[in-house]
Ligand binder design. Structure first.
Ligand SMILES: NC(=O)c1ccc[n+]([C@@H]2O[C@H](COP(=O)([O-])OP(=O)(O)OC[C@H]3O[C@@H](n4cnc5c(N)ncnc54)[C@H](OP(=O)(O)O)[C@@H]3O)[C@@H](O)[C@H]2O)c1
Length: 378
């Protein structure tokens, strides 16, 4: 159904989509290549929300290069949109421009598109194919797919540990267990996330900034702190405004409201949500759903073993991103505070997704079995 030339063009469209990795959120990362008579005449990728989608960028690019796009094939990594959001529908723009054929990697999981964009193109007489390199396209937008289909972000939990699973000494010291290459790699994952989450214990011990530093990005992820009793120090570094172009308040999730403390924090670049569960802790599943409501596609967790354990117990974690250093910490804090099991069969199970060395450390990615990433996922 798809030729070698189709594959080459879609691979190029995926590479273009990746160039939007840090900027398109909450929109998906999308790339588009226009080909006519075997020649690339236009290329584009989705810009920050409210600006051009990939198809429009590619058509503008073709025009700037002096090409007429009528009769061309458009390769897009996501079904062209059919609804009026912050920008007009791309499907209509492709029809108006006289595009002859559209090859899409995947249907748009957004319920307000979901096949309607492709149908609109078909209704206009365009030859439409879908499903080329779908797995790669889904991976690129795993958070967007998650939010559109489950109403919640894709939750990725990063842990840096010793070979025997230690993440911090008992006095809280944890800097640094892994090497510089692993830490830089960690910043790439931070950069692609819409939000970074930590717990009050980590703020107390490390006073982290929770910003992206090793990656050139115009956008800093939103910062989120789980802090049951609003104990966050007012001079915590996480409260300092970030340098990103799209700066937003730090979100603090608590379980016990304190109007005076809330006012102090909200006067310092924070927004407080009180979401208690029956035990008087933060209802973590409700928090994750709230973040989905707020347009968070990928949530990156960098917390200590207590909050890590709570998030796993609440069933909130989709992916574990674990860096292992070839050293032993002995009796130290572990990765996840989880209760003892009565039966091995009750162990939370994951599947290996990727294993590789990064500098002197090993990086492991394990995922919960989930339909989000599509059945083709290993
Ligand atoms: N190596 C790494 O990858 C890594 C990454 C981050 C941090 N760390 C290290 O981890 C250490 C801190 O560990 P930690 O476990 O104390 O910090 P943490 O997990 O970041 O935060 C602990 C806090 O989370 C709270 N918590 C847990 N479940 C909760 C829930 N459902 N609702 C509300 N609050 C909840 C606990 O509250 P309660 O006390 O009320 O239960 C606890 O105060 C530091 O030494 C830091 O350096 C290591």
């Amino acid at each position: 159904m798809f030729s070698e030339a189709d594959h080459t063009a879609m691979q190029r469209a995926l590479a273009l989509a990746e160039r939007g990795m840090y900027i398109t959120t909450p929109n998906p990362r999308v790339g588009c290549v226009l080909i006519r008579d075997g020649k690339v005449i236009g290329e584009g990728f989705t810009q920050p929300a409210g600006q051009d989608h990939a198809e429009i960028q590619a058509m503008k690019n073709a025009k700037a290069r002096g090409f007429d796009v009528a009769g061309a094939t458009a390769y897009v990594t996501l079904e062209p949109c059919s609804h009026v959001g912050r920008t007009p529908p791309c499907a209509d723009a492709l029809v108006r421009a006289g595009i002859a054929r559209v090859v899409a990697a995947m249907e748009d999981p957004n319920p307000s598109v979901s096949g309607r964009g492709l149908q609109r193109l078909r209704d206009a007489g365009i030859d439409v194919r879908c499903g080329l390199l779908e797995r790669e396209a889904r991976e690129l937008n795993i958070g967007f797919v998650s939010r559109m289909t489950r109403g919640q972000p894709w939750v990725r939990m990063k842990v840096a540990a010793s070979l025997d699973g230690g993440t911090a000494l008992h006095d809280g010291t944890s800097q640094w267990i892994t090497g510089p290459a692993a830490r830089d790699d960690g910043h790439l994952w931070r950069a692609r996330a819409c939000a970074i989450l930590t717990g009050i214990g980590t703020v107390r011990d490390d006073d982290p900034q929770l910003t992206v530093r090793a990656v050139d990005t115009p956008r800093q992820p939103q910062r989120v702190v789980v802090d049951s009793r609003l104990e966050l120090p007012l001079d915590a570094r996480v409260l300092a405004p970030d340098s990103g172009e799209f700066a937003r308040p730090v979100l603090i999730f608590c379980a016990v409201d304190d109007p005076e403390r809330r006012a102090q924090l909200e006067a310092r670049n924070a927004q407080v949500f009180c979401l208690p569960d029956a035990r008087g802790k933060v209802d973590l599943a409700a928090m994750v759903a709230e973040l989905g409501q707020r347009g968070i596609n990928e949530l990156h967790v960098e917390a200590g073993f207590k909050l890590n354990g709570s998030l796993i117990r609440a069933g909130c974690v989709d992916e574990l991103l674990v860096y292992l250093a070839p050293k032993l910490l002995g009796d130290a804090r572990g990765m996840f505070n989880l209760p003892p099991l009565a039966r091995l069969a009750d162990a939370p199970a994951y599947q290996w997704h990727d294993v590789r060395t990064i500098g002197d450390d090993v990086r492991l990615i394990a995922r919960k079995a989930t339909p989000i990433a599509g059945k083709a996922l290993a």
